[in-house]
Design a protein around this ligand. Structure first.
Ligand SMILES: [Zn+2]
Length: 429
C-alpha cells in the first residue's frame, strides 16, 4: 500500500464504523452534512438525532470513502453533482481486498450524494435491514394492521385481475407492506402462480418470486429507460402477478396499466399523500381518464403512515394535560370516551430505553373503489368522492384508523394531529 492508499483504507474503516454504530441502533437513514465542520445525524424511529461531530476535512474524506466503497457508481466522485450509488451487504467494500464488509444484518445501503449551497457536501444513506423481513415470518398483522384491513387485503389478493397501489411518502413503510403482502399472496396460492417483480433495486427477498433488478443506471433518464425495459421483459415472461417497485414515470405507468388490461394482477407503490390522491397523481402523470375511472382496472387504492408506538409502561393519561388546547380538541371530537382512553408519550423508562416509544406500527386507509367514486375523483371532485366513499362504501379514512389505535393506547394524540390534522377539524386530503 502507498501512503495515500493506507489513508484511504483508514477512511473506509471509519465509514464502516459509522455504519456499524447505526446498524446496532436500527437507524433507517444516516445524514452526513459537511460544512465548516461535519455533522452526522441518525434517523431512528422516524426522528432525527445528532450523533457525531468531526472536522470538515474528516467529513470530506468520509464522503469520498463512502463513494469509493459503493458497488454501482460513476467512475469518479464529482463534488458538484447529484450522484446515487448503492452498496450490497453480500459483497465486500470495493478496494478493500475483501477485508471490509457491511454488518451482517444490513442487506444494502443506498447512497445519495448532493452538493449543497454554503456547505460542501451532503450525503444521505438509507439502510435496508435483512432482519426486518425474516423470510415472511413477520406478516401484515405484525406490521400493525387490524382485522378489517387484513380482510380488505385478503379480498384484493383474491382478485385475479387489476391494479392495486400502495401510496405514501418516503419512509412510510409502503415497500415493506407490499413485500409482506406478496409473500402472503404466494403462500395462499401454494406457489402455483408466477410472480415477477421489477424493482430498483430489490429491497427485500420475496421467497417464490422472480425478482428482476434494474441495473446499470446512473442518471434519472437511464433509470427510467432501464426500468421500462425490465417491465416490458417481465410482461413477456408469462406472469400471473406482477409487482412493480414504484411507478415513477408515465412510461412505467403505461406498462403497469397494460399489464392490468391484459389480464394480470399488478401491485405497485406510488408517491402520493393519500389513497384518493393516487387517482389524482396518476391523472397528473398523464394516465388516460377512461382507465382511471374503470373499476375493473382500479382495484385497490391503499395509503399508509408509520406511527410510533408509545411505551405502555411509562405512557401518561391525557387527563394530565387538561390545560393544553389539544385536550379541548380531543373532548370536542371524541367526548368523555376519548378522554378516558387516550394516552400521551411518557417521560421514558427502562423498558423503552428512556425514549417513551417502542417501535412503529403501519396504519393504512384502503379504498376498494366503484365506478361512481372513480368518476368523481377523475373529475377532480375529491370532497364528494371521499364523502361518498365514507357514507356509501363503508370507507374508513386514515385518521379514523389511527384514532382507533389511539383509543387502544398504542399511539399518542400529538402524533395523530401531526400526521392527520387537528382532531376537531375535517381530515386533510
Ligand atoms: Zn417507557
Amino acid at each position: 500500500m502507498t501512503a495515500q492508499e493506507s489513508v484511504d483504507y483508514q477512511m473506509q474503516i471509519d465509514f464502516l464504523s459509522v455504519i456499524n454504530r447505526a446498524a446496532a441502533k436500527k437507524v433507517s437513514d444516516i445524514h452526513v452534512i459537511v460544512a465548516d465542520s461535519t455533522l452526522i445525524m441518525f434517523r431512528v424511529n422516524g426522528m432525527m438525532e445528532r450523533e457525531l461531530e468531526y472536522s470538515q476535512e474528516w467529513g470530506e474524506a468520509f464522503v469520498r470513502a463512502a463513494f469509493a466503497s459503493a458497488d454501482i457508481s460513476d467512475a469518479n466522485y464529482a463534488q458538484n453533482e447529484f450522484q446515487g450509488a448503492q452498496k450490497l451487504g453480500s459483497t465486500p467494500l470495493r478496494g478493500t481486498d475483501g477485508k471490509l464488509t457491511l454488518p451482517h444484518n444490513v442487506l444494502a445501503i443506498r447512497l445519495q450524494f448532493n452538493p449543497v449551497a454554503f456547505g460542501s457536501q451532503y450525503l444521505v444513506m438509507r439502510l435496508l435491514y435483512a432482519d426486518d423481513n425474516p423470510n415472511g415470518n413477520g406478516d401484515l398483522k405484525s406490521l400493525g394492521l387490524g382485522e378489517r384491513e387484513l380482510n380488505l387485503f385478503y379480498r384484493l389478493r383474491a382478485t385475479a385481475v387489476g391494479l392495486n397501489i400502495v401510496a405514501g411518502p418516503t419512509g412510510s413503510g409502503k415497500s415493506t407492506t407490499l413485500q409482506r403482502n406478496m409473500i402472503k399472496l404466494i403462500q395462499e396460492r401454494n406457489g402455483e402462480i408466477n410472480v415477477i417483480t421489477v424493482e430498483d433495486p430489490p429491497e427485500y427477498p420475496i421467497p417464490g418470486a422472480r425478482q428482476m433488478p434494474v441495473t446499470n443506471a446512473n442518471t434519472e433518464e437511464e433509470k427510467d429507460e432501464e426500468f421500462t425495459k425490465a417491465l416490458s421483459a417481465a410482461l413477456r415472461s408469462d406472469p400471473d402477478v406482477m409487482m412493480v417497485g414504484e411507478i415513477r414515470s408515465l412510461s412505467a405507468a403505461d406498462l403497469v396499466f397494460k399489464g392490468a388490461l391484459s389480464g394480470h394482477s399488478v401491485w405497485s407503490t406510488l408517491h402520493a399523500n393519500s389513497a384518493p390522491a393516487i387517482i389524482t397523481r396518476l391523472r397528473d402523470m398523464g394516465v388516460q381518464p377512461y382507465m382511471l375511472s374503470d373499476p375493473e382496472i382500479m382495484k385497490g387504492l391503499i395509503s399508509q403512515r408509520l406511527f410510533r408506538k408509545i411505551c405502555p409502561y411509562c405512557r401518561i393519561s391525557v387527563k394530565e394535560r387538561m390545560s393544553d388546547p389539544s385536550f379541548q380538541r380531543l373532548k370536542t371530537a371524541l367526548g368523555d370516551y376519548g378522554i378516558e382512553n387516550t394516552y400521551l408519550r411518557g417521560p421514558g423508562c427502562k423498558y423503552c430505553n428512556h425514549r417513551g416509544v417502542i417501535g412503529r406500527m403501519s396504519v393504512p386507509e384502503i379504498i376498494v373503489p366503484d365506478a361512481h367514486f372513480l368518476q368523481l375523483m377523475v373529475k377532480g371532485d375529491t370532497k364528494s368522492a371521499i364523502d361518498y366513499w365514507v357514507s356509501e362504501l363503508d370507507g374508513r379514512p386514515l385518521r379514523e384508523a389511527a384514532i382507533e389505535r389511539m383509543l387502544k393506547g398504542y399511539i399518542d394524540m400529538d402524533e395523530i394531529e401531526r400526521w392527520c390534522g387537528l382532531l376537531d377539524q375535517r381530515p386533510i386530503y
